[in-house]
Every structure is written in C-alpha cells, then in structure tokens.
Design a protein around this ligand. Structure first.
Ligand SMILES: [Zn+2]
Length: 324
C-alpha cells in the first residue's frame, strides 16, 4: 500500500510540480521596495465605499432581492472554491464540459482575475507558501495577505516562480482559455449586469438597490470571504495535521468561504477535493461537488483516507486532532 502522504510522488505523480518546495530559499539582502498600484487602491476604495452604501440600503430591499443576493453570493463563491480552486488549481476532481462552463460563468461573477491567472497564483502560493515567492505571503501581516498584496506590485520572485510553473493543463482547457479571452465582457455581464438586471426586470426592485446590494455588496463580501482564507486562516486556529506550517483550521472562515477554512488540512493534503477530513460537514463546496458526482457531472474526486489523515496528525500535528 503506497503512502498516501501528499509529499509522496507515488500518490499523484502528475501534480508533484506544485507541492511545497523545500529547496527554495529567499534571496539575502534588503527586500525590493514596495511599489503601490494607485489604480487598484482607488478601485478597491470605490468598491468598499459602494459596499458600505449597499449595506445601508440592504434593509430596504425586497425579500426576493435578499434571496437573490444570497444565491449570487453562493454561485459566485462556488466559481472560486469549486471552480478556480479545487478543480482548476488543485485538479482534485474531474468535471464534465457542462459543469466546467457553469463554473466558468460563476467564476466571472466572482471577478477575482480569470481562472488561468487565479490558478497560477494559487499554485505558486502552495509551492512557496509564506515566502517571498508567495503572492499573499502571510508573514508580511494580516493586511498584506488579506488585500494589500493586490494593491502593490508583485515581489519579483512571485513573477519568476509563476513563469516556471507547469500550467499546460490550464492551457489545454478550452473553457479556461475562452473565459480568459473574453474575461472583461464576462465580468461586466456576470458580476454587474445579471445581478442588477434580474431583480429590476423580474420583480421590480429599484435599479439603485439592485446595483448596490446583489452586485456591489455581494461582490465585496465574496472577495473578503476569499481573502480571509489567505489572512485569518493563516493566523488563527489549530494545526492538527502539521504544526510546522502556518495555515490553520478556522471554522469562521470555513463558514464564510463556503468550506475553505480547514486550511491546515488543505495545505497538508492539497489534492483532497473535500479540503477537510469531515467531508460535507460545514463545507458547502464539498456538498456541491458530491452532488455533481451523484448527477454524473463530476468524477474521480481525490481523497485522503481517514487512516492516513490520523497517522499524519499523530506524526506532525499539534495534538488538537479530533475525529468528528
Ligand atoms: Zn489551495
């Protein structure tokens, strides 16, 4: 029986390329200066001001708009969690063409860079976690790993290492390349137009509320929920599987990011489609993938056995491992 430990190339030889690289060493000497990208600072300031205004308008929206807001939140979050993350970055399961098209539309509604770019950054993040080559290096603090990394120029090592990554699977996926080609139009349509148009046209919500609540506020919330995985889940929580790494189990993040907060498990076993030992529990994204497998739209979910997770916890965990 081969060791199902993720560091063993026996388990998934095709994905060894983006497993944590122990050989990388940060360059010595002073760090390159931080260069602020003012355009992004302004855009994020506008977005978050608009989101606060959306929060003020929220009570005046109709019940149907609240339901629509929640549906858009879950749909766009799935485009990131089940799509860009677990399918395209991690290759933790396989998806049929209709499901990949569905996830690409959902991903454009989430507007977090196209799938190709998101997956490349995420593979670099796993391979060079908490170093200069990690795009949202949590060692640089909460603000940097949450939003700051999007407001400054990338560290040269992020760019250099990103270029060297094996991304042929993404280039070969026509859905990924199509979304990349038409990314701007797809974002305008899915992230802003559809969330605004549907409540206004179908049940007569005011255009103002329809724009600021299900479009702007929902978009800002999905962004922040995703960023919490990079910031809070790298700082607060237990480390039952590997106490030598920063990522932690954080239930609040798991709830807000629909299942992505079991981060110590995920960085220890990055190819596990469930990103948690407990499957569907507290993990809406895993429930969704399970449903897709049941419907025949997804297949071959990769999973670490309970015994392997327990063995790893006993070997390298912080002693807080629970079995349920
Ligand atoms: Zn990941």
């Amino acid at each position: 029986m081969p060791d199902r430990d993720i560091k063993s190339p026996i388990w998934h030889p095709e994905t060894v390329e983006d497993v944590f690289d122990h050989t990388y060493k940060e360059k010595e000497g002073p760090k390159p200066p931080t260069v602020i990208v003012w355009r992004n600072v302004l855009l994020m300031a506008f977005l978050h001001t608009g989101a606060l205004y959306g929060l003020v308008l929220f009570p005046s929206a109709s019940v149907l708009t609240w339901i629509w807001f929640l549906a858009c939140f879950v749909f766009s979050a799935l485009g990131v969690t089940a799509g860009a993350h677990r399918l395209w970055s991690r290759r933790s399961y396989k998806a049929s063409l209709p499901l990949r098209i569905f996830l690409a539309f959902a991903n454009s509604m989430g507007f977090q860079n196209d799938i190709y770019e998101w997956s490349r950054d995420h593979r670099v993040h796993h391979k060079y976690s908490e170093t200069d080559a990690d795009p949202h290096n949590a060692v640089r603090g909460f603000f940097f790993s949450h939003i700051g990394w999007l407001l400054v120029r990338k560290h040269p090592d992020v760019i250099e290492k990103g270029r060297k990554l094996e991304l042929s699977d993404l280039k070969a996926d026509k859905v990924v390349m199509f979304q990349r080609r038409f990314y701007k139009s797809s974002v305008l349509l899915m992230c802003f137009f559809v969330p605004t148009f549907v409540p206004w046209y179908v049940w007569g919500e005011s255009l103002w509320v329809a724009y600021f609540v299900p479009a702007v506020l929902r978009y800002a919330l999905v962004l922040n929920a995703t960023w919490l995985v990079n910031s809070a889940a790298h700082m607060w929580g237990n480390r039952p599987y590997d106490s030598s790494i920063n990522p932690r189990e954080n239930r609040f993040v798991a709830f807000s990011a629909i299942g992505e907060g079991f981060h110590n498990y995920h960085h220890t076993f990055p190819f596990d489609y469930a990103t948690s030992e407990f499957g569907c529990k507290l993990n809406l994204t895993t429930c969704f993938i399970d449903l897709m497998c049941f419907l025949g739209l997804a297949r071959e979910p990769k999973r670490v056995s309970r015994e392997a997770a327990l063995a790893r916890a006993q070997r390298t965990g912080d002693g807080s491992h629970r079995t349920g």
